[in-house]
Design a protein around this ligand. Structure first.
Ligand code: SAH
Length: 455
């Protein structure tokens, strides 16, 4: 078979597995083809779309046999949106996929046969997201609408209810759209680089009745800005904080650098495991409040902290893990690269009256290496790096400091497995617990407990 001639041709294929990004895996004469919205057991006509990095990608033209795990998706636009690859798939099967995905990465890249525990799932994987971001577009009648970017494009597709977002978001977005249309404020049009309203971002508090609305505009000043603020105040009493963000760049990145407080305190408050957090528009904060508590509780259970422990919370964000740990230990040191997040961590320590918590703004690798040079004592290390994982140098310093326990919280099983391979030189992998923070999406969080060998 001429491999290049298969592009744009259609073949009868059977889906045998799911990839790490939730795409169906099919085989075509020994070649692997990744197919969106195809699930194990599905068979059908697949058109090969394109080749990238030596891999083939296709789309379903017609299904002839359906996977036994297929269900009717609630959302009509889930395949175009790409946010919920598992909407048409039974949730139990999605959780099994997540466990298997973590297990495969661990076996392959950490080169250990440690058993992964079944993924802890949500009661119902719906209406959980506390951060909602939508682009605004303009339809053929000149009316503003909100939607999502069609996967891999800059085309805005209108949408209504989203089944994974906080229920309060959709009503607010409808009201905001009406206000924008009533006032004839134009959404931004990328092709012409003109218009005003680019995005709306909503952050909801789970435990408090607080909602932040951030409106991203092209310019700081625009006609009828005051009227817009007045109408939001009047028609959207649920909004406790209104923020404007200015993004004048021709880009798909949502937030620009400038923020203006239009009313309210400029943040919302929420609780995680009994600790209060102030969350501003730009703070990183986990998006699934119920499952984040389960994730952090798992991390705390694994750590079995005691009152004389010195703890390092590396990649600490706004200090969530460290502040939850602080009450049980002697001292928590946290390190985080983003300055604003560190400022938030310090504020969060204050509002919770936690005074055994130190927050440093630094690169985690540089910081832990300095700790190693000074032979600083360390009993428990929590590490929660971004998707690209930690670094060899970070891990060498951790091995040198040899804390009794390391609790690794990961949002990417691949880099987790790579890092575990290095950590296992001195540590035993005791427990691996995936937690489903991203129901209906292919991402999965994992908590791993490592204990020092032979001590
Ligand atoms: N533990 C936090 C944040 C986890 S996300 C929570 O659960 O909310 C990962 C964090 O690592 C982000 O806040 C990111 O800004 C930070 N980060 C990324 N690279 C870093 C580096 N080299 N050194 C320190 N922190 C880093």
């Amino acid at each position: 078979m001429n491999k290049d001639s298969i592009i744009h041709n259609t073949y009868s294929l059977k889906c045998i597995d799911l990839s790490i990004e939730g795409k169906g895996i099919c085989k075509l004469d020994g070649l692997v083809v990744f197919v969106s919205a195809m699930y194990p057991g599905d068979e059908g006509e697949v058109e090969i779309d394109y080749k990238r990095n030596g891999q083939y990608f296709g789309k379903v033209k017609k299904l002839t046999v359906l996977s036994p795990n297929r269900i009717q998706p609630k959302c009509k636009v889930c395949s175009a949106c790409g946010g919920c690859v598992f909407q048409p798939y039974a949730y139990e099967a999605e959780l099994e996929y997540k466990t298997k995905k973590v297990q495969e990465q661990i076996n392959k890249y950490a080169e250990v046969d440690a058993k992964v525990m079944p993924t802890i799932g949500m009661k119902t994987p719906e209406y959980y997201r506390n951060k909602i971001q939508v682009p605004f577009g303009i339809d053929e009648k000149g009316k503003a609408f909100y939607g999502f970017y069609k996967e891999g494009t800059h085309v805005i597709v209108p949408r209504k209810e989203c089944f994974i977002e906080d229920v309060r978001a959709n009503k607010l977005l409808d009201k905001l759209t009406k206000i924008i249309n009533d006032l004839h404020i134009s959404p931004y049009v990328e092709a012409a680089d003109s218009g005003t309203i680019r995005y709306a971002m909503i952050r909801t508090s789970y435990y408090k009745k607080e909602i932040m609305l951030a409106i991203v505009t092209k310019e700081a000043f625009f006609p009828k800005k005051n009227l817009l603020v007045e109408r939001i105040k009047r028609d959207c009493p649920e909004v406790t904080s209104l923020v404007q963000n200015v993004n004048g760049q021709k880009t798909n990145v949502i937030l620009g650098k400038r923020f203006y407080n239009l009313f309210g305190p400029g943040y919302i408050e929420d609780y995680l495991c009994g600790i209060k957090f102030k969350i501003s528009a730009e703070s990183f904060y986990q998006t699934n409040p119920v499952m984040t508590e389960i994730l952090y509780k798992t991390a705390m259970d694994f750590a079995e902290l005691s009152k004389n422990d010195v703890v390092l919370d590396a990649y600490s964000g706004i200090g969530t893990i460290g502040l939850i740990a602080a009450k049980q230990v002697k001292k928590v040191i946290s390190v985080e690269l983003v300055e604003e997040a560190v400022k938030d961590a310090i504020k969060n320590a204050k509002i919770n009256h936690i005074d055994n918590f130190e927050a440093y703004n630094d690169d985690a690798t540089a910081f832990i290496n300095r700790m190693a040079k000074r032979h600083e004592p360390l009993d428990v290390l929590f590490m929660d790096p971004p998707r690209k994982g930690s670094t060899e140098k970070f891990i060498s310093a951790a091995l040198f400091l040899e804390p009794k326990k390391i609790v690794y919280v990961s949002c990417n099983p691949l880099t987790l497995a790579r890092d575990l391979k290095l950590l296992k030189k001195k540590y035993e992998i005791k427990k691996i617990q995936p937690v489903d923070e991203f129901g209906r999406n292919y991402h999965v969080e994992t908590v791993v407990l490592l204990t020092r060998k032979g001590k």
